[in-house]
Design a protein around this ligand. Structure first.
Ligand SMILES: Nc1ncnc2c1ncn2[C@@H]1O[C@H](COP(=O)(O)OP(=O)(O)O)[C@@H](O)[C@H]1O
Ligand SMILES: [Mg+2]
Length: 351
């Protein structure tokens, strides 16, 4: 399949006084899967519809393979979109649904049938071609929707929250199917979701949006390990975000006061005197006596969840959530303990 890079250059979209997308520039690399992730109303669907040509940007340019498509109608864009509601034609068989787009562009019957059957095989629906949509499970219907989109061999494949109508168990399966098909075809794919776990699981790159702008972008690991703002730290994974004071700065090393502990943390950001620090629950250890970088705490809650213990502890900087994979040494509710930090695992956040 064709591989095309998609680019936003200063894209703004206004609906009357609502700014849905605010001067966004970003690149969706050819052949990769990029997720637009963010809370409801942050501008994800609008961004996707601008790429599809279903919405026209108020200002800015959109490029596909370096060609300016800003003013090109949807039908001339070589872009296919899969919706959360599947939007299958209920009165048509699976085969008719999949071949519909090819029929519309006057591909001969023999050819569109062959191509559609091939595509159904690709989404693991071989043998289902004569069923009606109502005779399929939700997951199978979504795979028909995917087949219908990819049979046209688009340059760009778009998904808008495609798993929303599936139950939790199926969601994982279908997201893996989508990722597998995307990688098999190598098609540039842009995927919208508000679910951070889903985004981390399937993406080459995640673009986190908040209030119509990009909050941060990077690989799933970069975003999880190096959040730059409170919003991103809170939105991705279970971070503890606590207030701290900068007491010294030497180039990109900040000396931080966090409760009674002083600790040096590296950061390339320009930060004000009051910052927040992100502490991932699995990067904190609990002990009975202090270690190198420790603060006092007392155990508020302890729960055994099979492969780990989850603790909530009280400290001078508030309640802190800790996940300990050590299920041998157990701390009891009310016990006075120390929380130990690795300076390499703490992140300074812009407030
Ligand atoms: N057709 C429209 N008319 C007016 N406002 C809209 C329209 N589409 C979206 N919006 C507004 O634009 C903002 C972004 O919406 P949307 O892109 O759908 O967000 P998301 O997909 O991230 O939930 C919201 O405030 C929404 O109410
Ligand atoms: Mg949406």
């Amino acid at each position: 399949m064709k591989k095309a890079e998609v680019k936003f250059e200063n894209i703004t979209k206004k609906f009357n006084e609502t700014v849905a997308v605010d001067n966004v520039s970003c690149t969706f690399e050819a052949g990769t899967l990029t997720t637009l992730l963010g809370p409801s109303g942050c501008g994800k669907t609008t961004s996707l519809r601008i790429i599809a040509g279903l919405e026209r940007a108020t200002s800015g340019r959109i490029l596909v393979e370096n060609e300016d498509v800003t003013l090109l109608p949807a039908t001339d864009r070589d872009v296919s979109m899969v919706f959360q509601s599947y939007a299958l034609f209920p009165h048509m068989s699976v085969l008719e649904n999949v071949s519909y787009g090819l029929k519309m562009i006057n591909v001969p019957k023999e050819e569109f049938t062959e191509k559609s059957l091939e595509t159904l095989k690709l989404v693991n629906l071989e043998g289902y071609e004569n069923r009606m949509p109502s005779e399929l499970s939700g997951g199978q219907q979504q795979r028909v929707a995917v087949a219908r989109a990819i049979v046209l061999k688009p340059k760009v494949l778009l998904f808008d929250e495609p798993l929303s109508n599936l139950d939790a168990k199926l969601r994982r399966q279908v997201r893996e199917d989508i990722r597998e098909i995307q990688q098999k075809l190598g098609v540039t794919t842009i995927y919208v979701t508000h679910d951070q776990e889903e985004a981390l699981a399937i993406s080459d790159k995640v673009i986190v949006m908040n209030n119509a702008i990009i909050a941060q972008q990077g690989s799933p690991k970069e975003l999880y390990n190096f959040p730059k703002t409170k919003f991103v730290a809170n939105f991705i994974g279970d971070a503890n975000v606590v207030k701290a004071k900068i007491i010294n700065q030497n180039n990109n090393v900040y000396e931080i006061q966090l409760a009674e502990m002083k600790i040096n943390i590296k950061s390339d950001q320009k930060l004000e005197s009051s910052v927040s620090v992100s502490l991932r629950p699995e990067k904190i250890t609990i002990s009975k006596s202090p270690e190198e970088n420790s603060i006092h705490a007392s155990v508020n809650n302890a729960s055994f969840v099979g492969n780990s213990y989850q603790y909530i502890v009280n400290s001078k900087v508030g309640k802190i959530y800790v996940v300990s994979s050590d299920t041998n040494e157990i701390f009891n509710v009310g016990e006075n303990v120390y929380l130990n930090f690795d300076e390499k695992e703490l992140r300074l956040l812009d407030d």
